[in-house]
Design a protein around this ligand. Structure first.
Ligand SMILES: [Mg+2]
Length: 222
């Protein structure tokens, strides 16, 4: 078996629990905006998630942009409760929501220490989909900026699962695919494309601390 020398980490839902922060920030803004006068939080989120899923399909088909998705998601959800919400208000809603999400982020010392330990034996990089400003704000709040290079899809011009996103990172760091381990939570965005490139993979389904320990011990399955 070829030895792993380099590790590429995904960020959202891999190095921190993005879903939990997303949920908390939505709960908070729902009550802050007084939407509880019209519906329950669970009722609101059921519709919101359905609309989100439909809009993601359109986004992946390149029929709408990410900004469209964010403003339409809230506007269309509120329309189902007969509330008129302009797309401009949709933009402001997203901005407020994102600030609440950022407020949930804080450094996790165990993750930082785990990565620093791995850094002794491996070259580490983070490869994340998203906007530069937003992903940068996240890594800063998580205390991850100084640990390793961070590649953001908006900056490199390729978004996972596009193989070119992985190839960009590997060629910039002179990583050989057989010697590289891809660590991520998404089968479609992280694991499958990495396997197509003959990289080793670690699908994160557990908490990140135990994943980092397993990688450290070399007991990950690939
Ligand atoms: Mg992820």
């Amino acid at each position: 078996m070829t030895e792993v020398k380099h590790i590429i980490f995904d960020l959202d839902n891999t190095l921190f629990d993005f879903n939990a922060c997303w949920e908390k920030a939505h709960r908070q803004i729902f009550f802050e905006r007084g939407f509880d006068q019209f519906t329950t939080y669970d009722g609101f989120m059921t519709i919101y998630r359905k609309i989100d899923a439909l809009l993601w399909e359109k986004l992946l088909a390149k029929q709408i942009t990410l900004a469209d998705l964010r403003r339409q998601r809230i506007s269309l959800t509120l329309q189902t409760f007969n509330l008129d919400f302009t797309l401009l208000e949709g933009d402001a809603f997203y901005q407020d929501f994102f600030q609440l999400l950022l407020a949930e982020l804080q450094p996790n010392q165990q993750v930082i220490d785990g990565l620093k330990e791995l850094k002794v034996d491996y070259d580490l990089v983070i490869l994340t989909n998203g906007l530069i400003e937003e992903q940068q704000a996240k890594v800063e709040l998580l205390g991850l900026t100084d640990i390793c290079p961070i590649y953001i899809s908006e900056a490199i011009g390729y978004e996972k699962p596009d193989l070119q996103a992985f190839e960009h990172v590997m060629s910039a760091n002179q990583f050989q695919p057989e010697q590289t381990l891809m660590v991520g939570d998404s089968l479609t965005n992280d694991i499958e494309p990495a396997e197509m490139l003959k990289m080793k993979t670690y699908h994160v389904t557990d908490d990140i601390i135990s994943c980092l320990e397993k990688i450290q011990q070399g007991t990950f399955i690939t």
